[in-house]
Design a protein around this ligand. Structure first.
Ligand code: CMX
Length: 135
């Protein structure tokens, strides 16, 4: 596993981008909407890893609910894996609670994701990300 990114829940993406890009000086890779997860995200490169800012686009989005309960802040840590479905099966067999029964294909098919519930990980939502190659 490699650290893919750290996800930060924000109320206002544009405002947060101004801080991370213009004040901190991080390189903005892009801003995109991820409708499968009801979020808009901004991705910044930090060395070999990234920081992802997420704003919910609906009231029932996981990000909106998180901010309502806990305020802005670190929402998840994402690790890159080779085969998210196979790993999810292995982890389930070892007693971990996965959030999705099946992984989700997001960002126009470029990423397959699933999450390990914070109750399995001592309180941290852990995202598993497989980068899908279309070669
Ligand atoms: N980190 C740590 N703990 C969290 C958490 C988070 N992100 N979200 C919820 N929790 C905790 C709550 O504090 C609560 O703890 P207590 O029981 O001790 O109070 C417990 O988990 C249950 O909280 P909840 O508000 O009832 O939350 P839900 O069970 O409704 O939802 C979760 C939690 C993880 C299943 C939901 O957020 C989810 O489905 N997440 C996966 C999808 C997602 O996060 N998408 C956004 C990111 C998309 C992307 O990266 O592209």
């Amino acid at each position: 596993m490699k650290l893919d990114h750290i996800g930060i829940a924000v109320k206002n993406l544009e405002e947060a981008v101004r801080f991370y890009r213009d004040v901190l000086g991080l390189e903005l890779e892009g801003i995109e909407e991820v409708p499968e997860e009801n979020v808009r995200v901004a991705m910044f490169r930090v060395g070999d890893s990234r920081i992802e800012l997420l704003q919910g686009t609906t009231q029932d989005s996981a990000i909106s609910k998180f901010i309502e309960k806990r305020g802005e802040g670190i929402h998840h840590i994402a690790v890159r894996v080779n085969d998210v479905d196979r790993l999810a099966e292995v982890l389930k067999n070892k007693g971990a609670t996965l959030v999705y029964e099946r992984s989700k294909l997001v960002s126009r098919g470029s990423r397959k994701i699933n999450f390990i519930h914070p109750k399995s990980t001592s309180g941290v939502l852990l995202e598993l990300v497989e980068r899908v190659s279309h070669e």
